[in-house]
Write a protein that binds this ligand. Structure first.
Ligand code: BV8
Length: 251
C-alpha cells in the first residue's frame, strides 16, 4: 500500500470519470506571465491591479486602464504555453469528455495549448465588450493594433476588455457550467491560485462537499489547503505533467 502522495494522486486521477482543473494565474507564471497580484510590474509597479481591474478604475482613468490591458495583452501574446498547459490539453485529447477546465485566467493559454473544454470564469483579454449594461456588443481584439480608446459601434459607449472586473458578476452560463462540473467531478485539480477571489474560490468547497478528491498544486500555502487530499508545494510546470501524462499512453 503506497503512501507516496504523487502515486496516490495519479491513481485518483486515473480512476476519475470526471477530472476538473481549476486554475489561477500561477498556471501561467512559467510562461513568463506575472501572477495577478504581481501584475503590476515594471511601469505599472505603482498601480494596484485590483483598482485597475474595476469599473471605478475605468471611470477614473479610462486611458490608464486601457493602456494597462494593452501592456498585458502584448506580454501574453508573446508568452508560450508551458508544460502544465500542454499536459492538460494532451489529457483532453487522450480522454475526451473526462476533463473540464475552469480557469480564472484571461490569457487564453490553455486554448493555445490545444484545450477546448475551457470555462473562463473571469472572461478573456482577446475580446473587447461594450461597457454599457444595456448593450451586448463584443468584438475580437487585434493584438497588433496600437492601444486606442474605442467606442461601441452599436451604442457609442466606451469599449473595454471582455474581462470580469471586481464588483462585476461572473458570466452566468460559465458560472453554472463550472458549478455543475464541480458537483459532478471525482477529482478537482487546483493549480496556481491564491484562493483569494470569490465566488470562484468557492468552487473548491462545492467539489469537496460533493465528494471529490481535491489536489492542490502551488509552491505557497493557500487558504484552500485544508480542503485538499493532497497538496504539492511545487511549480505547476514541474508537477502537473507528472500527474496527468501517465494516463495518456495507457488510454
Ligand atoms: C462578484 C479579471 C458580485 C480581471 C479578476 C464573496 C463572494 C462573492 C464576491 C466577493 C466575496 N468576497 C469578496 C468579494 C468581492 C470580490 C473578491 O473576491 N475580492 C477579493 C479580492 C476579496 N469578487 C468580485 O468582485 C467578483 N464579482 O463577486 O460580483 C456581484 C453580484 C451581483 C451583482 C454584481 C456583483 C469578481 C472577481 C473577478 C475579478 N477579476 N480577473 C483581470 O485579470 O484584470 S480576478 C484576478 O484574481 C485574476 O482573475 C486572478 O486569476 C484572480 C485570482 O487570483 P489568482 O489567479 O489566484 O492569482 P494570484 O496572483 O492571486 O495568485 C497566484 C497564485 O499562484 C499564488 O498562490 C502563487 O503562490 C501561485 N503560483 C505562483 N507561481 C506558481 C504558482 N502556482 C503554481 N505554479 C507556479 N509556478
Amino acid at each position: 500500500m503506497t503512501t507516496d502522495p504523487l502515486t496516490i494522486a495519479r491513481e485518483k486521477i486515473g480512476c476519475a470519470d470526471l477530472l476538473v482543473t481549476f486554475s489561477g494565474a500561477g498556471l501561467s507564471t512559467e510562461s513568463g506571465i506575472p501572477t495577478f497580484r504581481d501584475a503590476s510590474t515594471g511601469l505599472w509597479a505603482n498601480y494596484d491591479p485590483a483598482k485597475l481591474a474595476s469599473q471605478e478604475g475605468f471611470q477614473a482613468d479610462r486611458r490608464l486602464v486601457i493602456e494597462w490591458y494593452g501592456s498585458r495583452r502584448k506580454m501574453i501574446a508573446e508568452a508560450p504555453p508551458n508544460p502544465a498547459h500542454i499536459a492538460i490539453a494532451d489529457f483532453e485529447t487522450w480522454h475526451p469528455g473526462r476533463i473540464v477546465n475552469i480557469t480564472q485566467n484571461i490569457d487564453g493559454l490553455l486554448q493555445r495549448a490545444g484545450a477546448s473544454s475551457v470555462l473562463e470564469l473571469h472572461g478573456t483579454l482577446f475580446e473587447d465588450r461594450c461597457n454599457s449594461p444595456h448593450c451586448s456588443h463584443r468584438q475580437p481584439v487585434d493584438l497588433d493594433e496600437e492601444v486606442v480608446l474605442v467606442d461601441c459601434p452599436r451604442c457609442g459607449a466606451p469599449m473595454r476588455p471582455a474581462v470580469v472586473w471586481f464588483g462585476e458578476m461572473l458570466p452566468q452560463d460559465v458560472w453554472r457550467q463550472s458549478d455543475q462540473a464541480c458537483r459532478r467531478c471525482d477529482v478537482l485539480l487546483v493549480i496556481g491560485t491564491s484562493g483569494a477571489v470569490y465566488p470562484a474560490a468557492g468552487l473548491v468547497d462545492v467539489a469537496k462537499a460533493h465528494g471529490a478528491s481535491v489536489i492542490i498544486v502551488n509552491p505557497e500555502p493557500t487558504p484552500l489547503d485544508h480542503l485538499a487530499d493532497a497538496v504539492f508545494h511545487e511549480p505547476a510546470a514541474r508537477i502537473v505533467p507528472g500527474l496527468l501524462e501517465d494516463h495518456n499512453a495507457a488510454g
